[in-house]
Design a protein around this ligand. Structure first.
Ligand code: LLP
Length: 418
């Protein structure tokens, strides 16, 4: 199911030759398949067919305007976490602003104002202090803020500690035990209309049970609140459904069916509008980072392959020791197997894509693709070491669309004064 496969000895993305893309647009280069994105959205929609639901794509996973535009056209809504992400949706998919939910623990007044003016679907409020400020802003603007409280269900989900969020020691959400009290306050506040409950327990979670456990707690809360006379319609199950980064078999359609089945069984006989906030599941495997080998060298016992991409282009290995498959763009059966650290040019020992990785021997000039890099790749890129952001291309119906040109050094300096 992966969009990156070999046609003979050449890697292609949805039918387009990756080496030719690298020659045309240079490296490092992010390459995405729009077809793969469309497929993933359809898989989720299929899983939840018959359930009243909206897919609110998590913009932070990959916030390219060219991607948001296409997701909006597919009927998706968006999960945003900043005024900047709101502006992306307004520009790329203005028709989808009414399907936006706004998450995040540190929303500022200007961001609330922009979202109130834009008329987003719902604010996922993460603290009582935030609720009070939101009420103030809504009153000042003569608007009503539709609100869900993001509750912290205290559910453990196995994932990297940096991306686990649903336990009481995390900064996210409001303890579920306090939620009724806060809803009572919300119901009294002028400018606030309680419309839902939201939960998000973390990211890259591979088993479905924690999602079901969290949603079960949310359902119970909504039922209690309905008895209190607070009628909430939206149940936001968050994002976090994981993918396979290694070589193990992974059937995304079947696995999302399992996820859907687990959530559906919790929601049985329960009248609500389900919101989903997938990011990674939609875009991770649709994208690869293509990079060219600059040099190889031997330092003591270690062999290093130095690529022209670095941690500032894809930080996941450095930050989470995340695994990404690294494959040659052109297969060469005559190459012996070889073990090496595949690293970037940045001045940090953490600047690696893989350590002691066995691949067909990589040589200077070779192109390689870091797979499954569509999510939290470009969106986490930095300018560290004064390196420009890569270009991004989208393969759509067999055509190549440049959705972001490579930056120039002049682009980097525009905000600086001296
Ligand atoms: N909703 C909320 C409130 C979130 O905080 C997130 C992700 C999502 C939805 C989407 O989660 P997804 O479906 O993509 O797992 N940089 C890390 C991942 C950080 C996730 C942050 N929140 C990584 O590269 O693995």
């Amino acid at each position: 199911p992966r969009p990156f496969v070999y046609d003979g000895d050449r890697l292609v993305c949805s039918g387009v030759d990756v080496a030719a893309l690298a020659d045309e647009f240079g490296t490092p280069l992010y390459v995405y398949s729009a077809d793969a994105v469309r497929e993933r959205v359809a898989m989720i929609a299929n899983g939840f067919a018959g359930v009243d639901h909206t897919i609110c794509y998590a913009v932070k996973a990959n916030s390219a305007l060219g991607l948001l535009k296409r997701l909006g056209a597919l009927g998706c809504g968006f999960d945003i976490v900043s005024g900047g992400e709101l502006e992306r949706v307004r520009r790329a998919a203005p028709e989808a602003v009414s399907r936006v939910v706004f998450s995040g623990v540190g929303k500022q007044a200007w961001e609330m104002d922009a979202a109130l003016e834009a008329g987003i679907l719902q604010f996922n409020v993460e603290s009582e202090a935030e609720l009070e400020l939101l009420a103030e802003r809504a009153q000042a603007l003569g608007k009503t803020a539709r609100v869900a409280l993001r509750v912290n269900p205290d559910v453990f989900a196995e994932t990297h500690p940096y991306i686990s969020t649903g336990m009481s020691e995390h900064k996210f959400g409001i303890a579920i035990a306090r939620a009724r009290q806060v809803y009572a306050r919300a119901a009294q506040l002028e400018g606030i209309e309680p419309t839902g409950v939201s939960v998000h327990i973390g990211s890259q979670i591979r088993s479905v049970e924690p999602f079901a456990a969290a949603l079960q707690r949310v359902r119970e809360l909504v039922e209690e609140l309905r008895k209190d006379g607070i009628n909430l319609r939206n149940v936001d199950a968050g994002g976090g459904f994981g993918i396979e980064y290694g070589t193990a078999a992974f059937d995304p359609a079947a696995s999302v069916q399992q996820y859907a089945k687990a959530l559906r069984s919790v929601l049985e006989g329960f009248d609500a509008h389900l919101l989903l906030e997938p990011g990674r599941f939609i875009i991770a495997q649709a994208g690869a980072l293509v990079t060219r080998v600059l040099y190889t060298k031997q330092n003591g016992a270690k062999r290093f392959v130095i690529a022209d991409a670095a941690m500032n282009d894809l930080i996941r290995p450095a930050l989470y020791k995340a695994h990404h498959e690294i494959v040659p763009v052109l297969l060469d059966a005559s190459r012996p197997a070889s073990k090496a650290d595949i690293v970037g040019p940045v001045c940090e020992s953490g600047d690696f894509f893989a350590q002691d990785r066995e691949t067909a021997e990589l040589r200077s000039g070779d192109l390689v693709a870091l797979l499954d890099a569509g999510a939290y790749g470009m969106s986490l890129a930095s300018h560290y070491n004064t390196r420009v952001h890569p270009a991004e291309v989208l393969i759509e119906d067999g055509k190549t669309v440049l959705i972001r040109r490579r930056e120039t050094l002049d682009d980097l300096f525009v905000a600086e004064l001296y």
